[in-house]
Design a protein around this ligand. Structure first.
Ligand code: HEM
Length: 423
């Protein structure tokens, strides 16, 4: 529909639910930045998520404090302090995957990437506050919570929560499991005086316990728990989904795979990737940027109109939902010529475009806080996997996306992994 409307603002008629669809960069700029206060990040997909991650950020009075805390962890400078630790964790888990895949059986891409991404993010942000077994249990619980009833709740936003939908039970059980793992971690950290430590480093539990707003008020345990879970939900499924699509793209574009492998081989020379290698993995970064243009895993960033407004002659009614869709903006032909062609050269140095044409990480006051972290983590994972394992798509071919919290492959992606003998 976005393509048919050729970028014009369209009101989609879904019966009781009539969202505006907005795709042109200049319209998106108005909503996400210039008049952002009038377009609140709440409602639609955030509502079903609230039992898992807390109030949607546009409606949460303590969100600015949480967002500032995340930002201290995720600036380029801060990330540099823990990149090598993350690189070593990723390499160890990729080696472990290689040992298990040695038998030649293809593996489920999403399961394996979930393990690698969770262990990396937990190692960095929670350290030894969680055992490896609990870390894996937390990853499983969050995956169940974000997939069980979430899709039907998002597609049927007018169904009251009192009316049960399939998957609700699994959702509530998964959220309970998350609580059972996270609350004891917070209580223990408080007992140990984490809220007073002056060397919190990149420990998210200490940082959230220490956070203070302008009036000196701190987060309560629920706020700290919501902050921890938010960062895991926002930072893991997105990354896992994006990297699952990578093998689909590379199978369809052997010339890209060849250039990517050559860059990784030349830069690493057989070594384990470290922080020092990252600036030289420039083609790898371009491939990741183009991957997120075509497979925009954050495919929709919905907003609710606070007061009537007019954009380009179209009246936006108070209370309506506005669907800003990175997926569709990335396919507007006069913004992205030949939009369906996978071409990492679009991101070559020196190429420019409208600031709101590329929305993989959103824009404005709620822009993703984790975009730099994603790029670093994904470069490390891709370089580790391609230099050690030679991953090859095993199927299915031509898999299509399915909407949910993120834009996931409709069927599980399977890859075979042949360890490269680096002896
Ligand atoms: C492929 C990777 C990722 C993609 C595609 C992605 C995409 C997005 C998008 C589109 C938004 C804006 C949502 C909106 O405006 O409504 C967002 C917000 C956010 N992202 Fe990411 N993200 C990714 C990775 C990460 C990572 C690794 C982290 C943290 C470590 C993270 C943390 C967040 C948080 C906390 C927000 C909410 C910001 C707010 O409401 O103020 N994301 N992300």
């Amino acid at each position: 529909m976005g393509r048919e409307s050729n970028g014009a603002i369209t009101r989609v008629n879904l019966g009781v639910f009539r969202p505006y669809l907005v795709t042109r960069p200049e319209h998106v700029q108005h909503i996400l930045r210039d008049n952002a206060a009038n377009y609140r990040r709440e409602g639609l997909m955030w509502k079903p998520l609230s039992r898992l991650v807390g109030e949607p950020s546009g409606a949460d009075p303590v969100w600015p404090l949480k967002r500032r805390t995340f930002q201290t962890l995720l600036t380029g400078k801060k990330i540099e302090t823990y990149t090598d630790e993350m690189a070593a964790t990723i390499a160890a888990n990729v080696d472990d995957l290689g040992r298990r895949a040695d038998a030649g059986e293809p593996v489920d891409c999403s399961d394996e990437l979930t393990r690698i991404v969770y262990r990396a993010i937990l190692r960095i942000f929670i350290g030894d506050r969680l055992s490896l077994a609990d870390a894996d249990r937390l990853g499983e619980a969050i995956t169940i919570a974000t997939t069980s009833s979430f899709r039907s709740r998002m597609l049927l936003p007018f169904v009251p929560h009192a009316v049960p939908l399939p998957g609700d039970h699994a959702f509530h059980r998964a959220v309970q499991k998350v609580d059972d793992i996270i609350f004891p971690v917070i209580e223990k950290a408080r007992r140990e005086g984490a809220h007073e430590r002056d060397d919190a480093g990149h420990d998210i539990v200490s940082l959230l316990l220490q956070a203070r707003d302008e009036d000196g008020a701190a987060l309560d345990d629920q706020g700290v728990r919501d902050g921890i879970v938010s960062i895991f939900v926002a930072g893991t499924e997105t990354t896992v989904t994006a990297l699952s699509w990578l093998w689909v793209v590379l199978a369809a574009h052997p010339e890209v795979m060849q250039r990517l492998s050559a860059e990784i081989r030349d830069v690493l020379g057989g070594a384990q990737p470290t922080r020092a290698h990252l600036p030289k993995l420039s083609y790898t970064k371009m491939v990741l940027q183009e991957l997120l243009r075509i497979y925009s895993v954050g495919w929709i960033t919905p907003r609710i109109v606070a007061e009537d407004d007019v954009i380009d002659g179209v009246r936006m009614r108070r209370g309506a939902t506005v669907a800003v869709s990175p997926y569709l903006t990335h396919r507007v032909p006069d913004v992205w010529p030949d939009p369906l062609r996978f071409d990492p050269e679009r991101f070559a140095p020196g190429r420019s475009r409208h600031r709101f044409a590329y929305l993989a990480f959103g824009a404005g006051p709620h822009q993703c806080v984790g975009s730099v972290f994603f790029t670093v983590e994904a470069q490390l994972i891709v370089a580790s996997m391609i230099s050690r394992l030679r991953p090859t798509l095993h199927g299915p071919v031509g898999v299509r996306p399915q909407i949910g919290l993120t834009l996931k492959p409709r069927q599980p992606i399977r890859i075979s992994l042949n360890p490269i003998n680096r002896g």
